[in-house]
Write a protein that binds this ligand. Sequence first.
Ligand code: ATP
Ligand code: MG
Ligand code: FE
Length: 340
Amino acid sequence: MLLLALESSCDETAAAVVRDGKEILSNLISSQIDVHAAYGGVVPELASRRHLEVINPLVDDALQRAGVEKNQLDGVVVTRGPGLIGALLVGLSFAKAFAYAQQIPVIGVHHIEGHILAIQLEKQVEYPFLALAVSGGHTHLFRVDGIGQYRLLGRTVDDAAGEAFDKVAKMLGLGYPGGPIIDKLAQESDDGDIVFPRPLLKKDNYDFSFSGMKTAVLNYLNKLDAEPDKEQLGQISSAFQTATVDVLTKKALRAAEAEGLTRIVVAGGVACNSGLRKRFAELAETERLDVFFPSPILCADNAAMLAVAGHHYLQQGHRSNLDLNAVSSWPLEQAGIFSG
Ligand code: ATP
Ligand code: MG
Ligand code: FE
């Protein structure tokens, strides 16, 4: 089954062609960082406009690189939500029109289901497993018993981890998006004598909180006599990353243990983080766990990741109707609902 996959939930327009939910024939991502950088964050209206400009040529390009003609496709899979409503509607409307014109089925899937299943494009991970979805809008722990079978174990009560990386970077005047910049500085520096708090770590649950950590960084900055110099910026970045990684890994481990799970899949943009990858690799050794990270290109927003679920659902005979609407928020436990 040959699928065209489309993603436009936030600030990346992405198109991919994937065979049988496994083999990536093309996977193109058009980032809008240049559009939003000046504002220090994503501006929804500008995001929608850029999606609209690039989606047509991007799909043509994805098909061409895959060596696939439109009439060879068996279906279209598209992100239905969660995300920015105007941005989602560009991808969804395109997908529906394309599918209608080609007389093939369309299916609208959950963006986080895409992130979690991305690993299956590279490695076959057996179910059940624990998923840590950690991105710009999510920091959630799920028990995954199969495609479409997700149970929420814990989540952030305020900011997502990626959002915290971005906001801390903004406070430090480092630019946007902050995650990769902080990661780079953290790799080049130690924590100095800075220790940031680990919110909710002592609480007996699997929830996270990152807004307090952000405030701790702000308080630290306010106590400095002058603007932080290069060395201090490195140490603050490093200490913030250490604290974040500590909370993410410890809570994930605890949840895995409580659920009797020995496999952990880390997914979403923050899964690119080198500190997180390193710490989980160490824990995999000492705790005898299998920890899986997709390649960075499949951690960040992309369209190929959607084809795993899309292929599975279409094969089961599911499809969306042409009146399918985008949804800005959508609990993952309801991922297997394809209409409305
Ligand atoms: P969601 O997936 O929750 O809808 P999103 O799609 O906007 O949100 P992603 O594109 O999956 O989020 O991830 C983007 C986030 O990942 C940004 O917050 C970015 O700063 C963060 N990020 C990317 N690379 C790194 C890194 N190396 N270290 C830490 N964070 C990173
Ligand atoms: Mg993004
Ligand atoms: Fe994402």
